[in-house]
Design a protein around this ligand. Structure first.
Ligand code: NAP
Length: 333
């Protein structure tokens, strides 16, 4: 079978992580990389035994025979790169957030539809087995009618918990990042929550502050919103606290809480009342499910979607839905 030929956009921390995972897929051939700094592109190409490297992605699109690109650049570049890739008929795997504003999100969706390419939004939490079982628990109404959800996602932030590598520390740049912790971490959980509970109808509250980082955007945020089903949700996110990744669901028949705390330490699964344990799905939830390599599952899924010409579990529309909530919160504060 002909391998899918990949070009990577960006040669920073996430580019290394994603490319390492794509490299493990037998149907992938890594061909080329583009980064702003020539030496970074060159080093990256050498590491992954690529045949070429560039500092301009349009040149890469013109010169190289590639089928798919992986966008791992600062947020403000996602839209122009995704649109250019779609116009050049390349399939796109795009890091979160989809982009930094809704106008660009619409342009990406239009370009993807026009080119009929496969576009995957990097929503890796959807690949966690524990969250997939939680989705089944919710869909099968094991907890009865659900009224309330509490969610939290935090770590110490970029350049501390997350070793972003480019020198300009773009995560703290108002334009290049396009937002603070809500756009960076909160958006992961917003996507997961929409996938679990359906579309959001209204954002009813938002509160944000800057506590620990030298930046104009928020490093701590809390938002309250309602799903179309009426379920109320409270989401907290922070770049100033210890790592936590929590989703707690309150139903008329019981409560279930998944706490992945830290990817490296022991996660916790709690529920109440005890009789919930009689349910097979609840029984099947195991804390070590949070230790699996979900990003490997996500990158393999993108390859499978290209090979089978099928829609990824998260696409550009999903990226836009999560972004809409963040933008609404910024408007409110
Ligand atoms: N899914 C996740 O869990 C996760 C986690 C963290 C980050 N992310 C996302 O991944 C993306 C990349 O983040 P990162 O942490 O990898 O950042 P990073 O380490 O700072 O890397 C950014 C890369 O983009 C390149 N770049 C910057 N400006 C450029 C330009 N004008 N043209 C071409 N390349 C340019 C940099 O180039 P040079 O260094 O060569 O100058 C660098 O290679 C972001 O969108 C971020 O939100 C996702």
């Amino acid at each position: 079978m002909k391998k899918i030929r990949f070009g990577i956009l960006g040669a920073g921390a996430v580019a290394y992580e994603n490319t390492g995972l794509f490299n493990q897929n037998p149907n992938v051939e890594l061909v080329s990389v583009t980064s702003r700094t020539k030496e970074h592109a060159e080093k990256f190409a050498k590491k992954f035994e690529m045949t070429s490297y560039y500092t301009d992605y349009n040149t890469m699109f013109e010169k190289e025979d590639i089928d798919a690109v992986v966008i791992c650049t600062p947020n403000y570049l996602h839209a122009e790169m995704a649109i250019a890739a779609a116009e050049a008929r390349k399939h796109v795997f795009c890091e979160k957030p989809l982009t930094t504003n809704l106008e660009d999100a619409n342009k990406i969706i239009a370009a993807v539809n026009k080119a009929k390419i496969i576009f995957m939004y990097a929503a890796h939490q959807r690949f966690w087995t524990a969250y997939q079982i939680l989705k089944e628990i919710i869909d099968k109404e094991v907890l009865g009618e659900i009224s309330f959800v509490r969610a939290r996602f935090s770590h110490k932030g970029p350049y501390t918990s997350w070793r972003a590598s480019s020198k300009d520390r773009w995560f703290f740049d108002k334009v290049k990042a396009g937002g603070g912790v809500l756009l960076d971490l909160g958006i992961h959980h917003i996507d997961t929550l929409i996938w679990l509970f359906g579309d959001i109808s209204e954002l009813t509250g938002a509160s944000m502050g800057t506590f620990c980082k030298e930046m104009t955007w928020e490093d701590v945020a809390s938002v309250v919103f309602k799903f179309k089903s009426g379920i109320i949700c409270e989401l907290e996110t922070s770049w100033c606290d210890l790592p936590s990744n929590i989703i707690e669901v309150h139903g008329f028949n019981g409560i279930i809480s998944l706490q992945a705390l830290n990817y490296k330490s022991e996660p916790k699964i709690e529920f109440f009342p005890k009789k919930l344990k009689r349910n097979e799905l609840v029984q099947s939830l195991k804390p070590d499910m949070f230790m699996e390599n979900v990003k490997k599952k996500m990158t393999d899924h993108f390859v499978e979607c290209i090979l089978e010409n099928k829609e990824p579990v998260a696409n550009a529309i999903d990226g836009k839905k999560a972004l809409e909530v963040v933008i609404s919160a910024y408007k409110l504060c």
